[in-house]
Design a protein around this ligand. Structure first.
Ligand code: ADP
Length: 322
């Protein structure tokens, strides 16, 4: 079957670089002679037929913008067998042969279900958390790390001036990659991630007191969202050490901003590969990065993979951020 019309959507949490992926999908498909629909607000747009008929200029001037020009959403209706069937029927009605879904694990489950309902889907990993097991890199991750680093650098200026301790929460519910890399880049005394259990007295207080003896006067503790409790941690630090402490939650600033070069380039490569897979008549695949190369996996296999935390990098942090 030749693929004549494809659709592209962004789903779940947004991430800088999603626009570059949408652009790559649209341009690859259009220059290969296909028709392209941009679907608004994730799977909701498929259910409601809320689509833009795209041309080469529909994706102009978006590569450097954060967010997603297609908007994104979570769709409880799609997350039911009836919803998936309705979306598949809508695709058939609009003569859509394949869909590229840019999002996280949840969005890939939807892509798998839609493929099973007869519409070939390809997933592209777009999430700032880098929490997708099959891919060592996700679109938005590099930008978010750099944003978090910049924000903590700013905090550091004031932390230093007042001889304080800053306890900073960075995003990452299940995955400590953002916290680990940001923590190393800002020289955090302690980095707390969901993957590694910690002992508050030894790993937080003990390290602070040790470095204090060596002359350190201000401290940064980076905490992943999945560990949480920065206010409580900050209070306990102040009580135990007498060092004035402040808690900061960076929050959604980490989700926005102009994507870095790396996010733009990886998004462009992944978008291009996704369309080529559809063109080959494939569905239920997810594009990923392995050893720096763009690869693709069966979605079911990808969803069963286990994430491996970079313990070696964590050990580097333990040894040098002291
Ligand atoms: P992310 O893709 O960032 O992980 P979500 O988990 O919120 O974000 O998923 C985004 C959307 O994907 C959901 O709102 C829903 O429409 C769809 N989805 C999530 N899980 C499933 C599932 N198990 N089956 C079908 N669709 C799903």
């Amino acid at each position: 079957m030749s693929v004549k019309t494809i659709a592209v959507l962004t789903s779940g949490g947004d991430a800088p670089g999603m626009n570059a992926a949408v652009r790559a999908v649209a341009r690859t498909a259009l220059t290969s002679g296909m028709r392209v629909f941009g679907v608004r607000r994730g799977y909701n747009g498929l259910l409601n037929g809320d689509v833009i008929d795209m041309n080469l200029r529909s994706v102009s001037d978006i590569i450097h913008h954060g967010g997603t020009m297609l908007y994104t959403a979570r769709s409880p209706e799609f997350n039911t067998p009836e919803g998936v069937k309705k979306a598949a029927d809508m695709c058939r009605q609009m003569e859509i042969d394949g869909v590229v879904v840019i999002g996280g694990d949840g969005s890939f489950r939807g892509a798998r279900d839609l493929t099973n309902a007869g519409i070939n889907c390809i997933g592209i990993p777009g999430t700032i958390d880098n929490d997708i097991a099959c891919s060592e890199y996700t679109i938005g991750y590099d930008t978010a790390m750099n944003t978090a680093m910049e924000m903590v650098d700013r905090l550091r200026d004031t932390t230093e001036s007042h001889d304080r301790c800053s306890v900073v929460e960075v995003m990452g519910r299940r995955c400590g990659d953002l916290a680990l890399n940001t923590g190393i880049a800002v020289g955090a005394t302690t980095i707390l991630v969901p993957e590694i259990p910690f002992d508050f007295e030894k790993d937080v207080i003990g390290r602070m007191l040790f470095t204090q003896k060596t002359g350190k006067k201000h401290f940064i503790i980076v905490v992943a969202e999945g560990v949480g409790g920065v206010s409580e941690i900050s209070k306990r630090i102040q009580e135990s050490t007498g060092i004035e402490s402040r808690a900061t939650i960076l929050g959604h600033v980490q989700r926005g901003g102009s994507p870095t070069l790396r996010d733009r380039v990886v998004a462009s490569e992944m978008g291009n590969r996704a369309v080529k897979l559809l063109q080959e008549g494939l569905g239920n695949r997810v594009v990923a990065m392995s050893d720096g190369k763009i690869v693709d996996y069966d979605i079911t296999v990808a969803l069963s993979m286990k994430r491996v935390f970079n313990k070696e990098l964590y050990d580097v942090a333990l040894q040098i951020s002291i």
